[in-house]
Design a protein around this ligand. Structure first.
Ligand SMILES: Cc1ncc(COP(=O)(O)O)c(C=O)c1O
Length: 397
């Protein structure tokens, strides 16, 4: 039997593609892996003791949408961080943002809009789950360039009104993976107004929101709430990056009452709720900022290292938020796959070809001349890796 056609033309995920690309190539130095976005700073010290104290709760089925304690902790964080007053009914616990970003599409994108096939807007390059969500609901994915020419944020307003009128969802990621750009307050206001004019939802992926250089990025739900349009936004956040707990699989969605009710309904049938001991750890993590500040300071130190080592590279873009560098590939090296092969073969450095994080659009694949470099290792290792990378890629060494 065939697999569903809607998934048959999905490219392989970025990491298997990279393994294939580098197969058989010996690393030309001590291997340094800068590909995966897995935080490596310390997790908060309270994780172990809380887990230990709540082991017996593995014997119970967990609350589907989150325990009252967890929802209250998230609501408290939304109040402190974004000045929001969100009742628990407008929040839902998730097993990380990835499944939420996917399942929210299933819950909220209708089969047709204005009698037509829906469109789902996706920044290009982008976090790959957005496109799979569009495929799952039978929507047309519309890839919108988010390049240097657009300030690394998609210009959804430039799309034809015909497309906007059948749009059901626009995904946005700020701070952006992979470009490290931040959507400002004005940008968010314009996007939310556009969503309101054309009657679509904004899914705001804010999982890097606590890792920033100069100032906390604005949140889309807060901006929408100030505009009286909270129902236009579903925001997603998680403890993976904020609290260095990617393996906990804990996040949340918050938004309008109707949207979250619909997401909760679907989850009550088909979701995998977060085990109770993990909900307890999560509640403690949302309630504590000390560990977040310490981790952020380490990233800021690494931003400074990157600026120092790579600041003179033509086209270098200092990171505003998140933990990825999005580095230009010199013409003499070739494209992003050539750069990844060269760095592995000559310097033992593994990076992700930018082409794997984007799709072909009108001007070609916007990631084809970039590599993504994760700043997740310790500062001294990061500095050594970036120096090696610079010598190999930008100085022909
Ligand atoms: C942009 C973006 N969104 C969402 C996720 C998913 O994170 P999690 O499911 O761990 O919250 C990631 C993880 O790398 C990401 O980079």
């Amino acid at each position: 039997m065939a697999i569903p056609e809607r998934f048959s033309n999905l490219p392989d995920y970025a990491f298997p593609r990279l393994r294939k690309l580098l197969a058989g190539i010996e690393p030309g130095g001590d291997p340094l892996i800068l590909t995966i976005g897995e935080p490596r700073h310390d997790m908060p010290a309270f994780v172990g003791p809380i887990l230990q104290d709540s082991l017996a709760e593995f014997g119970k089925y967990p609350a589907n949408e989150g325990t009252p304690e967890l929802l209250a902790a998230i609501s408290g964080w939304l109040a402190r961080r974004h000045g929001l007053d969100v009742v628990p009914e407008r929040i839902m616990a998730l097993n990380g943002t990835r499944e939420g970003l996917f399942n929210a599409g299933l819950a909220l994108s209708p089969e047709t809009k204005n009698g037509q096939r829906p469109a789902i807007l996706i920044p290009n390059p982008f976090y790959q789950v957005y496109a799979v969500a569009a495929a799952a609901v039978g929507a047309e994915p519309v890839f919108v360039p988010a390049t240097a020419a657009t300030g690394h944020m998609p210009r959804f307003a430039d799309l034809a009104p015909e497309v906007l009128d059948r749009t059901t969802i626009a995904y946005l990621c700020s701070p952006a993976n992979p470009q490290g750009a931040i959507a400002g307050e004005d940008y968010l206001q314009e996007l939310i107004a556009l969503a309101d004019r054309h009657d679509f939802l904004v899914f705001s992926d804010e999982c890097y929101s606590e890792i920033w250089r100069d100032a906390p990025p604005p949140g889309a739900l807060a901006v929408a709430t100030r505009m009286g349009l909270a129902d236009r936004v579903v925001m997603f956040n998680s403890l993976s990056k904020r609290s260095n707990l990617p393996g906990l699989r804990s996040g949340f969605a918050a938004g309008g009452a109707g949207q979250i009710a619909q997401m909760r309904r679907l989850r009550s049938y088909a979701g995998a709720p977060l085990p109770l001991p993990l909900q307890r750890v999560s509640a403690a993590a949302w309630g504590d900022e000390g560990h977040v500040e310490e981790s952020r300071a380490l990233y800021q130190q690494k931003y400074a290292i990157a600026d120092r080592v790579l600041g003179n590279v033509p086209g270098y873009q200092p990171v505003a938020g998140g933990f990825f560098l999005w580095l230009p590939v010199p013409e003499s090296v070739g494209d992003s796959e050539d750069a990844a092969r060269k760095l592995w073969a000559e310097a033992g450095i593994q990076v992700l070809p930018g082409a794997y994080l984007a799709r072909d659009g009108a001007g070609g694949n916007p990631g084809r001349n970039f590599i993504r470099v994760a700043l997740v290792a310790a500062a001294d290792q990061t500095e050594a890796a970036l120096n090696r990378l610079k010598n190999c890629l930008y100085q022909g060494g």
